[in-house]
Design a protein around this ligand. Structure first.
Ligand code: GDP
Ligand code: IMO
Ligand code: MG
Length: 424
């Protein structure tokens, strides 16, 4: 068997959680392969809303195994909160949630470092979620990190202290930030109890064995390709590889095991945090997109920056990921517009290009193609064919220009608000 992948093609928050939750039913295992509690994946079904940060979005499907892979970074405090949320929702997870022994731990001082680093950057801050992601991945690469497999070792506390001291010495040269380290440490060690209850696995063997025995695995991406540490809008990116290649190193599968790559894009575009965003709208239209799309971060509550869909950007991330199918989400948010715009080319220093440049300059402009809006609710549509002609045309135009079939169109946050579409 091959492993299928779902990932975001923009700057995150494309609706990955919803689509993973929907598709999970067809799989035996859902596995996260990168990122950590900087992610906020929202699921809506049976009139309730859930937000997951570290736990894979397959957890609400009974009998499905959920795996947190080696490429993920875990904060035991957030993790415990998520488990409590599942307990409250009466979701049984104990025999079907596994963690890789090789996943790295986010320490309280990683979060403190994140905040101090951002403060030191001043105006050029990244706009991090302050979940300690960057400093934890730095310690992983620097070969200093603590891993989940270390938590039961007798010298775990000493190793923790050593790493903490290292952090404290770095912190002495950074600006002070409000952070009660003692209190956070107490919480951190207390939450370790919950982490210990979750079975740890040698996940690369586990995943490959499952594939060999015909189990269907879905890899769930976090963030989006434009936040990839190598290919995103560096340095305004996250600290992991969010592209398909990240699945291989974040789960321990070889490239030939990658099957379908399902790329998710909103019918428009958003970004949260700092950094370039060519199609960003600073006018009333941007405001209307934010309001209509409830564009406020699922992790930090920050307002998301909004703009029209940007095809050169999407072509770039489709190329990087080897996308085989596209899912278009939040098309209903466009219901209010008489006229829709689609960015088809960049103009940089007076020259037209379809390439995302090394650094996106501030003066970048987009050439837009205009499309007629449908200006009506899509709530009644139960199949793609039920959509108004203008909506069908919009989807067909995107599909034609992107060159990849759009197999699903999402018309609302609920699990059921999804229109399946045959590949053309
Ligand atoms: P993720 O990080 O990619 O999982 O996305 P988020 O959960 O951060 O953000 C997506 C938001 O859009 C969530 O509030 C979802 O409930 C919501 N959402 C997902 N699909 C749709 C859709 O088709 N229409 C609308 N209106 N909302 C959607
Ligand atoms: P999901 O999985 C949107 C952004 C932050 C910041 C930058 C670096 O919900 O799509 P970090 O905390 O990683 O150091 O922040 O990346 N960011 C996200 N934006 N969705 C996410 O995840 C994000 N995770 C990180 O806003 O600009
Ligand atoms: Mg999100």
């Amino acid at each position: 068997m091959n492993i299928d992948v779902i990932l975001g093609l923009q700057w995150g928050d494309e609706g990955k959680g919803k689509i993973v939750d929907y598709l999970a039913d067809k799989y035996d295992i859902v596995a996260r392969f990168q990122g950590g509690p900087n992610a906020g994946h929202t699921l809506v079904f049976d009139g309730k809303k859930y937000v997951l940060h570290t736990i894979p979005s397959g957890v609400f499907r009974p009998h499905l195994i959920n795996l947190i892979g080696n490429g993920v970074v875990i904060d035991p405090i957030t993790f415990e909160k998520e488990l409590k949320g599942l307990d409250a929702a009466d979701v049984k997870y104990l025999d079907r949630l596994y963690i890789s022994q090789k996943a790295h731990l986010i320490l309280p001082t990683h979060r403190l470092l994140d905040a101090a680093n951002e403060k030191a950057k001043g105006k050029s801050k990244i706009g991090s979620t302050l979940r300690g992601i960057g400093p934890t991945y730095m310690d992983r690469t620097g070969r200093n990190g603590l891993r989940v497999g270390d938590i039961n070792k007798i010298d775990f506390k000493e190793r923790y202290e050593r790493l903490k001291q290292k952090h404290l010495s770095i912190l002495s040269s950074l600006p002070q930030v409000d952070f009660d380290l003692e209190e956070e440490e107490t919480k951190w060690f207390a939450s370790m109890e919950s982490l210990r209850k979750i079975p740890q696995v040698n996940s690369e063997y586990y995943v490959n064995r499952c594939l060999k025995y015909g189990k269907r695995i879905l890899a769930e991406g976090a963030q989006g390709s434009m936040l990839d540490v190598d290919f995103g809008t560096y340095p305004f990116v996250t600290s992991s590889n969010t592209v398909t290649a990240g699945v291989c190193v974040g789960l321990g599968v070889s490239p030939d095991k990658i099957g379908e790559v399902i790329g998710i894009t909103k019918a428009y575009c958003t970004r949260v945090g700092s950094g370039p965003f060519p199609s960003e709208l600073f006018d009333e239209t941007g405001e209307r997109l934010r309001k209509e799309g409830h564009e406020f971060g699922a992790t930090t509550g920050r307002p998301r920056r909004c703009g029209w869909i940007d095809l050169p950007q999407l072509k770039y991330t489709i190329m990087l990921n080897g996308v085989t199918q596209l899912v278009l989400t939040k098309i209903d948010v466009l219901n209010i517009f008489k006229e829709l715009k689609v960015g088809v080319k960049y103009i940089i220093d007076g020259k037209e290009t379809e390439e995302v440049p090394y650094e996106i300059p501030e003066n970048i402009k987009l050439v837009y193609e205009e499309h007629k809006g449908w200006v009506q609710s899509l709530a009644e549509a139960v199949s793609f064919e039920d959509l108004p002609l203008e909506a069908k045309n919009y989807v067909a135009a995107l599909e034609e220009q992107l060159g990849v079939p759009i197999t699903m169109v999402s018309t609302g946050p609920d699990r059921k608000e999804l229109l399946l579409r045959k590949a053309h």
